[in-house]
Design a protein around this ligand. Structure first.
Ligand code: AR6
Length: 229
């Protein structure tokens, strides 16, 4: 449905605000400050509840925001109608979070600089327990954009991950991700799985699921803080 009053329609205020924010951050991308771009862990293929996930994202950002120095956290989704981005934006609007330190961005995480003008030196991957390329979603996109050396560089550091854990993999200067996008590190993170078609399904146990998702964001943001120090 097309809204003819988009400029004044309250239902579109999120979209308008995000566009304003996006252009503001693009202009300042030349500052070259460290930034972590991360997808919403577990909320697509792993079927994690969006409201619970957005609460945890906001909670964990608030926990780490003061450890960032001049660095930034950017929640990214490829979908322009992303429900998770909208939910997080609604929640941060009600809180006292510095919008230059944490914001949302619509775009492909493997093309943030070349297509979106947004420079992020670190990107997070919502991976699988075997740390294998493919499988769809952001994992397939990142392994494919990085080239085959991401798989070998990953294997040198870990061959599997437990849910809630992360592993940092430096990107070589010959990788298209480095050359085209300026990415120096990928942080693979394994989130909780709520999808019965995938390994280690938590069968709707959201007490455990929320704890594992909190641990996943702690692992991710902690890894980013140690990269930029
Ligand atoms: N750029 C930005 N965001 C993306 C992109 C992209 N190229 N692709 C997907 N997203 P998902 P999960 C968003 O399913 O739920 C894989 O098969 C997407 O809209 O990638 O943790 C792995 O091998 C969503 O908001 O990860 C695992 O088996 C978010 O990224 C399993 O999926 C996460 O969606 C992991 O499932």
């Amino acid at each position: 449905s097309v809204c003819k009053e988009e400029d004044s329609c309250p239902a579109h205020s999120d979209v308008r605000n995000n566009e304003k924010l996006d252009s503001a951050h693009k202009t300042s991308a030349t500052e070259n400050v460290p930034a972590l771009a991360f997808p919403s862990i577990s909320t697509a293929d792993f079927h994690f509840d969006l409201e619970k996930a957005s609460n945890i994202i906001v909670e964990k950002v608030e926990e780490y925001i003061n450890e960032l120095g001049n660095a930034r956290l950017v929640l990214v989704d490829i979908s322009p109608n992303s429900k998770i981005l909208a939910s997080v934006r609604r929640k941060i609007a009600q809180r006292n979070i510095d919008s230059s330190k944490f914001f949302t961005f619509v775009g492909d995480i493997t093309q943030l600089y070349s297509r979106g003008g947004l420079q992020c030196n670190v990107i997070a991957n919502a991976t699988n327990w075997r740390l294998k390329p493919g499988g769809g979603g952001v994992n397939a996109a990142i392994f494919s954009a990085a080239g085959p050396e991401l798989e070998s560089a990953t294997k040198e550091r870990a061959t599997s991950l437990q849910p809630g854990n992360a592993v940092v993999v430096p990107i070589s200067s010959t990788s298209p991700l480095f050359i085209r996008e300026g990415v120096t590190h990928v942080v693979h993170v394994l989130g909780p799985n709520m999808n019965p078609q995938r390994p280690d399904c938590l069968k709707n146990d959201y007490v455990k699921g929320c704890n594992v998702l909190r641990k996943a964001y702690s692992s991710l943001f902690g890894a980013f803080v140690s990269i930029i120090r």
